[in-house]
Design a protein around this ligand. Structure first.
Ligand SMILES: *[C@@H]1O[C@H](CO)[C@@H](O)[C@H](O)[C@H]1NC(C)=O
Ligand SMILES: *[C@@H]1O[C@H](CO)[C@@H](O)[C@H](O)[C@H]1NC(C)=O
Ligand SMILES: *[C@@H]1O[C@H](CO)[C@@H](O)[C@H](O)[C@H]1NC(C)=O
Ligand SMILES: *[C@@H]1O[C@H](CO)[C@@H](O)[C@H](O)[C@H]1NC(C)=O
Ligand SMILES: *[C@@H]1O[C@H](CO)[C@@H](O)[C@H](O)[C@H]1NC(C)=O
Ligand SMILES: *[C@@H]1O[C@H](CO)[C@@H](O)[C@H](O)[C@H]1NC(C)=O
Length: 350
């Protein structure tokens, strides 16, 4: 009898938390948005890291309801409440690096604002040594948070024929990424760019050099190169690796049942039953790639929860573009939830 109870206790103490963390009953990424009066998590107007791209309140966004939604996972699990001081204690003496495009910058700025709100009088130092790397150090915790701009993750090299996108090499970024203890990667959006926004003239994969190719195929080749780099270069006992997942945009109103409209003027999230956009195809490529890796990489599967947030984009309330921006996200806003998920993974291991 004593043994039985012992076994049951063991089950409760050790097996239950595991099941709670990773079991099917706790899918953090399926759920819905609920209004929460305690939101937003900080006042973006007192965040010293605000950027004109994302600072919707400063650029005249009149409605603020979009700040008041909390992501509620379906089933039995909850996202833990964000505790910035706890996060900084966990990360004391460490370097956190966000690597990717402007959607990564979106998450980086939100991360800085969340930390700053927890310790508004903290001693900060910041640096931006060159165009691709910027950093902020919270001196009291010796915690450095960095953003490394990389649209494709793989290298772009200037050669005689022009700028060559090397689908099989991540040497340039790789040496810098290795200096971090926590890495958050993302790429996809720029793979679609053409014309003057395309940052390369040729693509090269091994001894094959081409003027262009199917962009989804090129993306998956680059992702495989990145995955090989992680598998061969990362020491999992010292470095945690995350992938941000694919952030959706809102230019096609049919996805949420409003033909012809964009995110402009939207003030409410979609309910799960009203959203018809379907999964983003590249997410399956990311998942498949991650499942083949030998090193653990945690995927922030943020696509679906973000798809429901047609209301969370800067739209015309930003300081850089004259066009309506339904690609990036207001900060504060949706990227704070992406960081709640990062927090849950780093501090609570879920
Ligand atoms: C979320 O869960 C519901 C109920 O199990 C399911 O019908 C739906 O397809 C799920 N949605 C996603 C995006 O996984
Ligand atoms: C701060 O952290 C770095 C590693 O990121 C370490 O090398 C350094 O010694 C630490 N400084 C202090 C004052 O603890
Ligand atoms: C930060 O400093 C201000 C002014 O010195 C002070 O009023 C405020 O209480 C401090 N906040 C915290 C959280 O220490
Ligand atoms: C940018 O900064 C990184 C890290 O400090 C350094 O390795 C790299 O050489 C710098 N690049 C340029 C062009 O200065
Ligand atoms: C590119 O490749 C993907 C994956 O193989 C395929 O689904 C898609 O139809 C292709 N696109 C074009 C324009 O050929
Ligand atoms: C990984 O890091 C741990 C802790 O610092 C160290 O003991 C181990 O030797 C490292 N492994 C490799 C393969 O470098």
């Amino acid at each position: 009898m004593g043994t039985m109870i012992g076994v049951m206790l063991l089950l409760v103490v050790f097996v239950m938390p595991l099941a709670w963390g990773v079991g099917a009953r706790c899918d953090l990424y399926n759920g819905s948005w609920v209004e929460d009066e305690s939101y937003p998590l900080y006042d973006s107007r007192s965040c010293p890291f605000g950027r004109k791209e994302f600072d919707c309140l400063r650029y005249g966004r009149p409605d603020t309801k979009y700040l008041k939604f909390r992501w509620e996972p379906a089933g039995t699990c909850n996202l833990p409440r964000f505790d910035g001081v706890k996060l900084m204690r966990t990360l004391r003496g460490k370097k956190v690096m966000f690597v990717g495009d402007s959607l990564t910058l979106n998450q980086y700025i939100s991360f800085l604002c969340l930390l700053h709100a927890a310790v508004p009088n903290a001693t900060l130092s910041s640096s931006s040594d060159n165009r691709s790397l910027s950093a902020v150090t919270f001196e009291d915790y010796n915690l450095t948070v960095m953003y490394y701009k990389s649209h494709y993750l793989v290298d772009i090299v200037k050669e005689n024929i022009g700028r060559v996108l090397k689908l099989d090499s991540v040497q340039i970024g790789g040496s810098i990424w290795l200096t971090a203890d926590v890495l958050v990667f993302n790429t996809w959006r720029w793979w679609l760019s053409t014309g003057s926004r395309q940052e390369w003239d040729y693509m090269q994969d091994g001894d094959r050099t081409v003027k262009d190719m199917n962009r989804t195929v090129a993306f998956s080749r680059a992702l495989a190169t990145w995955a090989n780099w992680v598998d061969s270069s990362i020491n999992s006992s010292t470095t945690r690796v995350f992938f941000q997942g694919i952030s959706p945009d809102h230019y096609r109103g049919t996805e949420w049942g409003e033909k012809g409209s964009t995110c402009e003027g939207e003030t409410d999230p979609s309910s799960p039953s009203a959203y018809h956009g379907g999964p983003i195809p590249q997410v399956a490529i990311v998942k498949q790639q991650l499942s083949k890796m030998s090193k653990p990489v945690y995927l922030f599967d943020i696509s679906y929860l973000s798809q429901l947030r047609k209301d969370a984009h800067p739209s015309k309330y930003n300081g850089v573009k004259f066009r309506v921006d339904c690609t990036h996200w207001c900060v504060g806003g949706l990227p704070d939830t992406w960081n709640l998920l990062l927090y849950a993974a780093l501090v609570h291991s879920i």
